[in-house]
Design a binder for this molecule. Structure first.
Ligand SMILES: [Fe+2]
Ligand SMILES: [Fe+2]
Length: 264
C-alpha cells in the first residue's frame, strides 16, 4: 500500500500534489516534449527540492524557527543558513559521485534540518524530523525517501547525532561548516558572546570537496584580532569531530585550515 493511500490527514492534498507533478512530466499532446523539471531517466512524481523550499508551510516553519532562536540569543538560523546547508549538502554528494536523487534528498533534508527549533532548541533535530514527516507526507513523498530525510534531520546535531546514511553525513558536514560573520545578529561587539565572536571573526568559510584526493576540507579565513583560533576550537571541537565522522562515513578524510594553515 502506498503511503498516500494509507495517510489520513493530507491524503487528498498528497494525491493532488503527486498528480500535479506527474502531469508536469507527461509530454504535452503532439509535442513529444518532456518537462525539464523531471530529469530524464527519473520516474515522474518525485517531490522536487524547489517544491519543498517554496511550500508556504515550509517557509513559515523556517521563519518561525529562526525567530524562536533570535529570542534566546542564537545566531542566524533562517533562510540564509538552511539554504546554504541545502546547497552544500547537495554539492558534497554530487561531487562524490552519488546519484542525483540522493543529492536532492540531502538538499531537502538540509533545508528542513532546523525547523524543530520552532518548538524547542533542545532535541530540535528529532522534533524537526517528525515535523518534516508531516510536511513531506502531505506533499506526497514516499515513505522510503521521507525516512531518509527524517534520519538526516534527526541526526544532524553534533551532540546526539550520527551519520546514518550518505544524506545524513552530507547534512552534518554542511551544517557544521556554516560559520560566518553574517550569522551574528547584533553587530555590537561589546555584547558579543564567544559564539558571536567566533562567527564574526570568520570572514570566509568554504567546504572544499576534493573527489580525486578523497578529502573534504573546511577552509576558514579568520580575523584573529576579533577571535583567537583557540576560541574557535573551544566551541567547535565537537562539530569538527562530527564532521570527521561524517566524512569517514562517506569514505573521505576531513581537514580544517585556518588562514591557510592546516590544523587537523
Ligand atoms: Fe540544528
Ligand atoms: Fe543548522
Amino acid at each position: 500500500m502506498s503511503q498516500r493511500s494509507s495517510s489520513n490527514r493530507g491524503a487528498a492534498s498528497s494525491r493532488a500534489g503527486a498528480a500535479a507533478r506527474a502531469s508536469a512530466a507527461v509530454p504535452a499532446a503532439g509535442t513529444g516534449a518532456v518537462s525539464p523539471a523531471i530529469p530524464a531517466g527519473e520516474p515522474a512524481g518525485l517531490l522536487r527540492f524547489e517544491e519543498v523550499r517554496e511550500h508556504p508551510r515550509v517557509r513559515f516553519y523556517v521563519r518561525k524557527a529562526d525567530e524562536a532562536l533570535a529570542e534566546i540569543g542564537y545566531t542566524e538560523h533562517g533562510e540564509r543558513h538552511v539554504g546554504l546547508v541545502s546547497r552544500i549538502a547537495f554539492n558534497v554528494l554530487k561531487r562524490l559521485g552519488y546519484p542525483e536523487r540522493t543529492a536532492e534528498l540531502a538538499a531537502i533534508a538540509g533545508y528542513l534540518h532546523d525547523i524543530g527549533n520552532a518548538v524547542n532548541r533542545d532535541h530540535h533535530a528529532q522534533i524537526g524530523a517528525v515535523m518534516a514527516m508531516q510536511l513531506l507526507n502531505d506533499m506526497g513523498m514516499s515513505d522510503e525517501e521521507t525516512l531518509i530525510c527524517m534520519g538526516a534531520i534527526g541526526n544532524h546535531h553534533e551532540n546526539d547525532g550520527d551519520p546514518v546514511s550518505p544524506v545524513a553525513a552530507a547534512v552534518i558536514l554542511a551544517d557544521k561548516s556554516d560559520v560566518h560573520r553574517t550569522r551574528v545578529r547584533n553587530p555590537d561587539m561589546i555584547k558579543f558572546d564567544i559564539h558571536d565572536r567566533v562567527n564574526y571573526a570568520v570572514e570566509k568559510s568554504f567546504l572544499n570537496v576534493d573527489e580525486a584526493a578523497k578529502s573534504i576540507t573546511l577552509e576558514l579565513t579568520v580575523d584573529t584580532a576579533i577571535s583567537q583560533v583557540m576560541e574557535y576550537f573551544e566551541i567547535f571541537m565537537t562539530r569538527m569531530l562530527a564532521s570527521r565522522k561524517a566524512a569517514k562515513f562517506l569514505g573521505v578524510s576531513f581537514g580544517l585550515t585556518v588562514n591557510g594553515n592546516r590544523l587537523t
